[in-house]
Design a protein around this ligand. Sequence first.
Ligand code: ATP
Ligand code: MG
Length: 654
Amino acid sequence: MMWSLWRCSSMTGSSAFTNVRVFKCFRQFVKNYNISARMPEAIAFQGVSDHSGLHKFSVNESETFWGALASQRLSWISPFNTVQNCNFSQGKIKWFEGGKLNVSVNCLDRHVHTCPERVALIWERDEPGTEVKFTYRELLELTCRLGNLLKRLGVRRGDCVTLYMPSCPLAVASMLACARIGAVHNVVFAGFSAEALADRIRDTQSSTVITVNQGVRGGKVIDLKRTVDQAVQNCPSVQQVLVAMRTENSVAMTDRDVPLEEEMMKEDVVCEPVTMDSEDVLFLLYTSGSTGKPKGLVHTQAGYLLYAAVTHRYVFSYQDGDVFGCMADIGWITGHSYGVYGPLCNGGTTVLFESTPVYPDPGRYWETVQRLGISQFYGAPTAIRLLLKYGDEWVQKYDRSCLKTLGSVGEPINREAWEWYHRVVGGGRCPVIDTWWQTETGGICIAPRPSDPDAEIIPGMAMRPFYGIKPALLDAKGEVLHAHDSTGALCISMAWPGMARTIHNDHQRFIETYFQPYPGYFFTGDGAYCSKEGYYQIVGRLDDVINVSGHRLGTAELEDVVVCTIKCVYVFVVLKKGVEVQEDVLAQQLREMVSRNIAKYASPDYIQVVGRLPKTRSGKIMRRVLRKVVERKTDDLGDLSTLDDSEATIILFP
Ligand code: ATP
Ligand code: MG
C-alpha cells in the first residue's frame, strides 16, 4: 500500500511540471548543455563545467531551473501548479504551490524501495569506536513506529513538537516522524538552559516534548531530562514528555512522562504518510542568537527540502557511496540541512556526531574520519582554530586519504585556519569549501564550487553564488554597488526555494528585519566584499563592522591579520596552548602587522590577552558582548540565553 502511493510520482519520469513555456525553455536548456532529460541525476549539472553559464541560466530562467529540479529531484504525490509566487515587499515567499508530497517519503521510502540496506545514518557516539549504523530500512521502521506513537498520543497535523535531544538516530527519526504525520518540529539545541528551552516551548505552544534521560558528551553525563523538568514547569502547554534512554541510569518519571522506547515498540512499523502541501510548515528553528532575541524561523516542505538536497549534492560534490561527515549538532540549521534533510533526500550516508573535537583528545575528528571513511568533512572555524592550537601531530597520526572535500561554516574562516585546514588536514589535496549561509536561507548560498571541480578557490573567500542566488551589495544609502571590487551590505535580489517563509508569530518582524532595510531585496545582516573577478568574501556581521577614523572595517578582515574588535580597535588575543609571550612585545608586533597588512588607521588601540572569549552555543564569538564589556556596560549585556558559558565574560573581565 505504502509503496504504490509513492511510486507513481516523478521518480518514474512523469512530470509534475506542466507550464508549456517553462517546458520549452527547459528543453532548450537541456539541448544547449547536451544533457539527457531522461537522466534524473544529470538534469541540470552533469557535463556542464561552466558555472557562470549555468548560474546565469538559473537566475534568468529561475522558474525553468527550479521547476525542472523540483520535478526531477522530489517525489510528488501530485504535481505543483506554479513554481514560485513571491513578493519581497509583503514578505510573501511561496514555491511549488499546489504540489503535494511527504518529506519523510522523500528521505526514506523511496530509498528503501531501491536500496533498503544502504546505511543512512552512522551514529558516532561519544566513546570512539562505538558507532552504530542504521540502514534506510531500519530508519524508516523507527520513524514509522515513532509516527504511530505520536499519533496515539494525540499529536495531529500542524501541531508543534519540541525536541531537546543530542544528535542521535532517535532525534532524526523524531524529526522525520513529525514530517510523516504532518506535525511541525522545533529542535532546541540540547545544550541550552531550562530558561532558553522554556522560552522556545512557550513561543511554539508545544504540547509534546521529546528528550533523552541523559546526554553524553566529551565523557560527561548531562541530565537533559532534569533540564526539561525545570523548563516545563513554566510551560502550561506541555501535556507529555517522551523520554528516550541514552544511558542506563533511571530518571524520575512523572505522570506526564512517556518511556519512549517501551511505548514505541508497541507500535507498527508501517505508518501511512500524510499528504502535505508544498507550503505547509515543516519545522521551526530559532536562530543561535549572536545578535539579540532569537527568532523562530519557519521553513516549509518542498522548497526547503529541494534546496537542502541540491546544495548538498553540488556544493560538496557528494556522490553515491560517499560518507558525509557534518559535525554540526542537529540543534542548528547546519545539522538540519546537511546532517539530516540534504543527505537523506539524496539517499546518502550521513554521520551524527555526538562528541566534541577534543574528546578523548584533539585527534578525535581525524580518528573518526579514518574509522568511518568520511569523504566530506563539514566543520566550523571555531573548531578548526581550536585544533590548530594543539599542533599537526594530532592530525597526521591518522589516515585521511578517504577525504575528498573539507567544508567550513558558521563564521568567516581566517586565513591561518584556512591554510592549516587545507595543508595539514587535507594534505593539500582536498578543496576547502567555505560556505556562507544562514538559518534564514535554509541552505548554502555562496560557496566556491557549485559545479566545476577544478574551479579556482581563493583562501578565505566564499567565492561564487549558488544556482538561483543573485547577490547584491548595497551601500549605506541603499544604492546598489555596481562595480566589482567593492564592499557593502550583502543582500539577495531574488527569491530561492530554501528561504524562510516567516518568523513564527511575528510576520511583521520578518518583513522589518529582512525586507524593509533595502526595499526589493532580502537583507542578510552581513557585509561582503566582491572582488574584481566577481568573487565574494564575507566581512562579518554588519553590526560588527566598526567605524574607525571614517573607515568601515570588517572584523573578519582584521582577524585575518591578528587572528576582535570595537569604535576604536580593541583586540582580544587568545594564545595557543603552551605559548608564553610578553604582552607588550606581542602588542607591538600585532600593531605592526595590522599597519602593514591593512592600514595604519586600523592599528589596535588596546590589546588584551585573555583565556577565552564569550561564544554562542554554536561556537560563534559574541562580539556584541565584547563591545558592551569594553564600553563598561556590563549591566546591559542583552539576551545571554544562548551564551555557552556566562563565566567566560567574568573570567575575561574580573
Ligand atoms: P542570530 O541571527 O540570532 O544572531 P546567527 O546569525 O549566529 O544568530 P545562524 O543563522 O546560525 O545564526 O548563522 C548565520 C550567520 O553566521 C551568518 O549571517 C554569518 O554572519 C555567519 N556565517 C555563516 N557562515 C559563514 C561563512 N562561511 N563566512 C562568514 N560568516 C558566516
Ligand atoms: Mg543571523
